[in-house]
Every structure is written in C-alpha cells, then in structure tokens.
Design a binder for this molecule. Structure first.
Ligand SMILES: *[C@@H]1O[C@H](CO)[C@@H](O)[C@H](O)[C@H]1NC(C)=O
Ligand SMILES: *[C@@H]1O[C@H](CO)[C@@H](O)[C@H](O)[C@H]1NC(C)=O
Ligand SMILES: *[C@@H]1O[C@H](CO)[C@@H](O)[C@H](O)[C@H]1NC(C)=O
Ligand SMILES: *[C@@H]1O[C@H](CO)[C@@H](O)[C@H](O)[C@H]1NC(C)=O
Length: 408
C-alpha cells in the first residue's frame, strides 16, 4: 500500500506533466509557482482559451448535492453555425488537471472546438478542487474538511450534477467524452445506476477501470517510498502539486539512491509520440491542479486491489460503520447497460492505461451488444497524446466526431 501510494502520486503527476524531456521544467515549475498556486485566477477558461478564437462561450456553475460549486464552460456552436438544434457533448478531464487541458492546441486541433465546428453543443467540466471549482456553499478550501472526498464523490455527486444540468438545459441526452480518470468516474457512475437515463453515448480515451498493471513500471522507487510520508506531510487534506510539501516529497523521492527520476518518468508515462513543445509549455503554465489527498489514497487502493471498489477506510470496523460490511462495496461494471454506445481508444505506449488493464475492461465488456462497442488501438500513442497530440484530430477526434454523429 505504502509504496503504491507514493508511486501513484508520482505517477499521476508525471502522467499529468507529460513527456519525459519536460522533467527539468517540471522541477522548476514546481519550485517557482508555489506562491501563485492557490490564488483564484481572474480570467476564466472562456476568456483565455475560447472567445479569443471567435467562438461563443458561457461560464456556468453547477452546485453538487454535497455543496461544491463547479465551473462549467459551454461552447454552444461552431464558427459557422446554421442555428439548428445541436446535440450536447460533455467533456471530462482526468485527475490533477482541469478543463483547460482540452484547449491547449490550436482551434483546428483541439477536441472541444472541433466538436463545436462539427455541429455539437460542447460542455467542459471542471472537477472539484481544481482552479475554477474551489468554492462550496459552506466550506472554504483552506478548511481540511473541504478536501474530505475521494473519487467516490466524483462518481456520486460531481458527474451526476453536471449531467443533470446539461440534460435539463438542453432537453437532450448527453454524449460524453472522458480522458483517463474521467473514464473511470463515468464507468463507476454507470455501474451504480447513475447517468444511465441521461447518457446517449460515451467516448473513453485512455480508458481506466483497472489499474493493477501500473505498479510494475515503477519498480524500485515504488518499493522505497511509503504512504506515511505523504499523509504526515499533508494530512488528509489538499494535495497541491504546486505546493512546497509535495515538491519536497518528490525531490526526496528522486534523491533516493538508485532512483533516477529521468528514467522513471519515461517508464511511467510512456513515450508520448506527438506533442508540440510549445503546447507542453502552455500545459505546464496551466497544470497540474490540486486534488484531495484522500482521492489519491483511494486511487492507490484501486491500484493495489485490482478492483473498482469504494474508498477503503483501512479497518474492517470502520468499513462496517460506513458501509455495513467489512470491505468496501465494489462497482460492478457488468451493470453498465449493454446497449449504451461506447467508443474506446487506447494507446500502445500508455503506461497509465496499460494495455493489459484495458484488455481486462474489454473482457468485462464482451457481453456488450454487438455493434454498440467500437474499439480503437493506436500503437504509438501514450497518455497525453490523446489530449494534446498534434495529430490527434486525424487519429482520434475525427473518429470521435463520426461516432457521435452516428448516434444522433
Ligand atoms: C445545419 O448544420 C447541421 C450540423 O452541422 C447539419 O447536420 C444540418 O444539415 C444543417 N442544416 C441545414 C439546413 O443546413
Ligand atoms: C470525512 O468523511 C468521513 C465520511 O466519509 C467521516 O467519517 C469523517 O469523520 C470525515 N473527516 C473529517 C475530518 O471531516
Ligand atoms: C507548435 O505550436 C506552436 C504554437 O502554437 C506553433 O507555432 C508551431 O508551429 C507548432 N509546431 C508544429 C510542429 O506544429
Ligand atoms: C456483477 O454483476 C453480475 C451481473 O449482475 C453478477 O453476475 C456478478 O456476480 C456481479 N459481480 C460481483 C463481484 O458482485
């Protein structure tokens, strides 16, 4: 567990921070930016990344059942719209990043604007704790209680709140795009019977449900790190990758004898084939974003246990108190409706969404209705290519667009 958590923290950071060659800038950005980390930005995603290209964009807010106020951007149409009713698409990022990561490439190369230009009404989600989703009806982010959640709450509250909102505003079932952990939240929600009546179809990029093959890539470093470090450093509160404690933690880990973070990075992210260094620089200016430490602990459990289950309180009696049983309930992926149109795209060099884990997911989905499951395998792609690859339009986004068009 201990080694797994630490390695997972590194891993998600690294995955978020993309290519191995950017490591020098990772370190410096971790160092330089900590002062600005928690400050609320004055310019929203619409103003910084959408309106400037001549698209319409609205900043909206959704309040979850447990009180978190999430920001949501809507790009209602493309540049050459003819005013007809547009099918909605909701786009969900993964962990430690926010919605802006979709918009870093030029407009003709990024997914939201490509979808808008192809006649879709595009909505971009921002998970609780990230830069634009740090408000709550009664708590402040400086309060550790604000961070007392794991991905169970994203499954139970964030996604359903956003789906309800888009569904009620558009009066139409919602097409979904998730990347990385954005796929896991949706799969888990569907397994619990949520979103089912409001989802029209889903495109899952770098899909993650099982994470058991991630460890292996980490080898020695994982064995040497331990969970005590991260929880005593941070408590179970905010995990701010730009903050001093996390930077120290990473530096300490990288300074262990025999641990070479340069190699490690390449080992864990996989080699992204197709990133533009200017886009990566822009990425590092915007990301990574905070999440809760409890979320990372839960993810580490998911890695360790090899099943999709709720947060484990670590003691049978605590689990009994919270769940009425000694171990946490599982999310049963067999419950996903067999007739839900799914498009899965995964990469041969992606070490976060490891091929063997994707195969486990595909095995569960083998009972899916014939014709309702489309699978794309891209040999050269790693994790970040799916959101920032220069050729992602030709390789992935055109396929996603065609898939959604078939559903309308
Ligand atoms: C309007 O645009 C949509 C989406 O691009 C297209 O499907 C539809 O045929 C167009 N309608 C007209 C009247 O041009
Ligand atoms: C965090 O939430 C759990 C329920 O999930 C609760 O048992 C616990 O007391 C909370 N901790 C804090 C510090 O609020
Ligand atoms: C990388 O991005 C920059 C900035 O958008 C652009 O000027 C440059 O042409 C891009 N490089 C390639 C190879 O497309
Ligand atoms: C998951 O659901 C399927 C179908 O409802 C059932 O056959 C299977 O036993 C369940 N798996 C677990 C681990 O509960």
């Amino acid at each position: 567990m201990a080694a797994t958590l630490a390695s997972f923290c590194l891993l998600v950071l690294v995955a978020a921070l993309a290519p191995h060659r950017a490591y020098a800038s990772i370190r410096s950005s971790l160092g330089q930016k900590r002062a600005a980390a928690a400050a609320a930005p004055s310019v929203g995603i619409c103003a910084s990344s959408v309106l400037v290209y001549g698209y319409q964009c609205q900043e909206l807010q959704v309040t979850t059942q447990d009180g978190y106020i999430l920001s949501l951007q809507r790009i209602p149409e493309g540049r050459h719209s003819n005013g007809t009713k547009k099918p909605p698409v909701l786009i969900q990022h993964g962990v430690l990043v926010d919605g802006v990561t979709w918009l870093l490439n030029s407009p003709d190369r990024n997914l939201p604007l490509i979808l808008a230009d192809n006649g879709f009404d595009v909505w971009i989600a921002n998970t609780r704790g990230t830069r634009f989703s740090r408000r709550h009806t009664s708590m402040d982010p400086s309060d550790p209680k604000f961070w007392n959640w794991s991905w169970d709450e994203l499954v139970a509250f964030d996604l359903p709140a956003v789906f309800d909102f888009v569904y009620s505003k558009t009066g139409q079932k919602v097409n979904y795009v998730g990347h990385s952990l954005g796929t896991l939240f949706a799969l888990a929600s569907l397994s619990d019977g949520k979103l089912v009546d409001q989802m029209k179809s889903a495109a899952l990029l770098s899909p993650i449900a099982y994470l058991s093959h991630m460890n292996t890539a980490l080898g020695v470093a994982a064995a040497k790190a331990f969970v005590g470090e991260i929880t005593t450093l941070l408590g179970l509160a905010e995990f701010n990758p730009k903050g001093e404690p996390v930077a120290q933690f990473l530096n300490a880990l990288c300074a262990y004898p025999g641990v070479d973070c340069y190699d490690l990075l390449e080992a864990v992210t996989g080699k992204n084939c197709c990133l533009n260094s200017s886009t990566v620089d822009l990425f590092l200016k915007n990301e990574p974003q905070s999440t809760s430490t409890r979320n990372l602990v839960h993810l580490a459990q998911t890695v360790r246990d090899g099943v999709l289950a709720k947060y484990n309180y670590g003691r049978p009696d605590f689990n009994l108190m919270h769940y009425g049983k000694f171990s946490p309930p599982i999310y049963n992926l067999s419950n996903i409706p067999h007739n839900l149109p799914l498009f899965l795209s995964y990469g041969g060099r992606d070490s976060l969404s490891d091929i063997r884990d994707v195969e486990l997911l595909l095995d569960i989905l083998k009972l899916h209705d014939v014709g309702k499951l489309t699978v794309q395998y891209i040999k050269d792609y790693a994790h970040a290519d799916f959101i920032m690859g220069l050729n992602a339009k030709d390789i992935v986004y055109n396929q996603v667009t065609a898939f959604f068009q078939q559903q309308q």
